[in-house]
Design a protein around this ligand. Structure first.
Ligand code: KIV
Length: 268
């Protein structure tokens, strides 16, 4: 089966919406691949899988390990891997080194990085050297300390204008698509109208050219605070807990393993 390419994704501007989900593991990639266009190995894995308080502690090694698993277990979707905090902001050369290493070690098709005007030169440097880049503007989780928490962006004209300038700069620098996270709906709608690259919204607008969600959130596997933009398509935490409880009860009662799950003695 042929994998979707950057060209296929670009051609989805103002077309059939792009379906994007995060995937961190081989089982997830195998299950999601037939139904999505892009598998995003997001640095949200730091919080979702490793229980970190933010994405700031995620390392390039983690992204490589999870990215490799997702690429290996998928056939059709474009695979994008996040550049983690501190692995690309220092210089465009540092960004190239990290992105090239991630691409070589995982086999992914593109990388994603957070930032706007300040990252435009870096995005240009990468794209001119054969590294496809997905941008990420609006709420940028790697800047959580600088923006004072995970708060919705674009609430006033100054903020909206800054996000617009960020998006335009990343587009002009050569990014093939742009994640818009946690912004007022009108801001995302306006960006989608004014950009030639597909926009992928999360907590943004149905007018975006695609949508992305963190898979554990939409599957009902994440606990704690659930943002307004998350639709729970399933409640798998409950089903998982019930299965584990039943297993524990059966082991303690010596009901498992029953004969069906044991190898009977056979004489040769
Ligand atoms: O890290 C991530 O999963 C992301 C998505 C939420 C867009 O960046």
């Amino acid at each position: 089966m042929k994998r979707l390419t950057i060209i296929d994704i670009s051609s989805r501007k103002n077309s059939v919406p792009l379906v994007v989900l995060t995937a961190y593991s081989a089982p997830q990639a195998r299950l999601f691949d037939p139904y999505v266009d892009i598998l995003l190995v997001g640095d949200s894995l730091g919080m979702v899988l490793y229980g970190m308080d933010s994405t700031l502690g995620v390392t390039t090694e983690m992204m490589i390990a999870h990215g490799r698993a997702v690429v290996k277990a998928s056939q059709k979707s474009l695979v994008v891997v996040d550049l983690p905090f501190g692995s690309y902001q220092a210089s465009k050369e540092q960004a190239f080194e990290t992105a090239a290493r991630i691409m070589a070690k995982t086999g992914c098709n593109a990388v994603k990085l957070e930032g706007g005007v300040e990252m435009a030169e870096t995005v240009k440097f990468l794209t001119l050297r054969g590294i496809p880049v997905m941008g990420h503007v609006g709420l940028k989780p790697q800047s959580v300390n600088a923006i004072g928490g995970y708060r919705t962006q674009g609430k006033n004209e100054i903020e909206a204008a800054a996000i617009f300038a960020d998006a335009k700069a990343i587009e002009q620098a050569g990014a093939f698509s742009l994640v818009i996270e946690g912004v007022i709906e009108e801001v995302a709608k306006n960006l989608t109208l004014n950009l030639t690259i597909p926009t992928i919204g999360i907590g943004a607008s149905p007018n975006c050219d695609g949508q992305v969600l963190v898979s554990e959130d939409m599957l009902g596997l994440s606990g704690g605070y659930i943002p307004r933009f998350v639709k729970r398509y399933a409640e798998l935490a409950g089903a998982t807990e019930a299965a584990v409880r039943q297993y524990a009860d059966e082991v303690r009662a010596r009901k498992f393993p029953s004969a069906k799950y044991c190898y009977p003695y056979k004489q040769d």
